[in-house]
Ligand binder design. Structure first.
Ligand SMILES: Cc1cc2nc3c(=O)[nH]c(=O)nc-3n(C[C@H](O)[C@H](O)[C@H](O)COP(=O)(O)OP(=O)(O)OC[C@H]3O[C@@H](n4cnc5c(N)ncnc54)[C@H](O)[C@@H]3O)c2cc1C
Length: 312
């Protein structure tokens, strides 16, 4: 049992709210970018059906499917192809007015399930489910989940109904196949990559947004003011962002956590079997302590743990 606060905001509403806060001095253009050009002085963005935009600096925040970086000669290196599969869908209670818990994280019951965890949480007036899986996308189980999500989940996680209550899936199951990639040759004139456009995130690790916001914070608070203080936008300036130790530490942590979640879920060697036992036994013990002393359990949870386990 945790007492973390859920804000229950969908990404599109979050983005819309942040856009609404942009100062009037910011020129905002919505559109699909078809091409970009970058150089040591001016950058150019071509937008479908709209005039080109030019600027001193181009920040590419185009996510994991990014292809625009190719226009400026930036490649990407695969760290792990087909690292994980993520599914998202909305549910409502079946045969009851509410679920047994407002939010629940349910871990895979057996290593052979390949399920890291299933997260239920309230968002935008419904209960959202995110499911994080380490299986091949060609596995027949994946098709079964898309075609019959409720039945497939109940078969794979037999304890789920008892813990959460019966549910009905009320919309289509969306899915994402994530490759872990890192941009290469990115120290280029005039352009900087942030967030998933620079390094993709395994959704199960839950580090993508913190990494993105770290990039934004480092750019806004440290690098861009320095870059703008002198003429030009040569690669030597841009390099200071990629060499920033705070950014590098966050990116490293994202990769570590991605590996950790995958190994914790599916690795069967002795080391990981033992680690899994320790990880979940610790949670069970804390849960028991929480029942009679929530404050003591919270203190134990706060004790320093190995870095890679800190947010799991
Ligand atoms: C199901 C799921 C659950 C997740 N859960 C978590 C979590 O709990 N915690 C966490 O930290 N992270 C989570 N993540 C990862 C997180 O969503 C990403 O790491 C984060 O959104 C990356 O932000 P970004 O701005 O770099 O890219 P994105 O959020 O992908 O944004 C990129 C944007 O650029 C736009 N774009 C791309 N190309 C063009 C173009 N040519 N023209 C115009 N626009 C373009 C895209 O449409 C998109 O809107 C999850 C991911 C998924 C899929």
């Amino acid at each position: 049992r945790t007492r973390a606060r859920h804000y229950g905001i969908f990404y599109d509403n979050l983005v819309a709210a942040m856009r609404a806060e942009l100062p009037k001095t910011v020129r905002f253009v919505a559109g699909r970018v078809s091409a970009v050009e970058a150089g040591p002085e001016r950058q150019r963005v071509s937008i479908i059906g709209q005039p080109d935009v030019t600027a001193r600096l181009l920040v590419l925040a185009t996510g994991m499917g990014d292809i625009l970086r190719r226009d400026v000669g930036i490649e990407r290196r695969f760290v792990h192809q087909r690292q994980s599969l993520t599914f998202g869908f909305n549910v409502r209670p079946a045969g009851a007015s509410a679920f047994k818990h407002p939010a629940l994280t349910y871990y895979g019951e057996r290593v052979s399930d390949g399920i890291d965890y299933l997260n239920f949480f309230p968002a935008g007036g419904v209960t959202r489910a995110n499911l994080f899986v380490f299986r091949e996308h060609t596995d027949p189980w994946v098709k079964a989940l898309r075609d019959r999500p409720r039945e497939t989940l109940i078969e794979t996680l037999p304890g789920l109904l008892k813990t959460f209550g019966d549910f009905e899936v009320i919309d289509r199951v969306s899915s994402w196949l994530t490759d872990i990639t890192v941009a290469e040759n990115c120290k280029r004139d005039g352009v900087v990559l942030i967030g998933d456009a620079y390094q993709t995130s395994c959704p199960a690790a839950g580090t993508g947004v913190s990494r993105l916001l770290t990039d934004v914070e480092r750019l806004c608070m440290v690098h861009v003011p320095q870059w703008m203080a002198s003429p030009g936008m040569a690669a030597a300036k841009i390099a200071t962002f990629y060499d920033d130790p705070t950014k590098q530490a966050m990116d490293e942590r994202g990769l570590e956590l991605a590996n950790f979640r995958r190994s914790l879920t599916i690795d069967t060697d002795l080391r990981w079997r033992a680690r899994r036992q320790v990880h979940f036994s610790r949670r069970r013990i804390l849960h028991e302590i929480d029942k009679f002393s929530p404050s003591f359990a919270a203190r134990l949870r706060g004790l320093k743990r190995p870095q890679v386990e800190a947010v799991t």
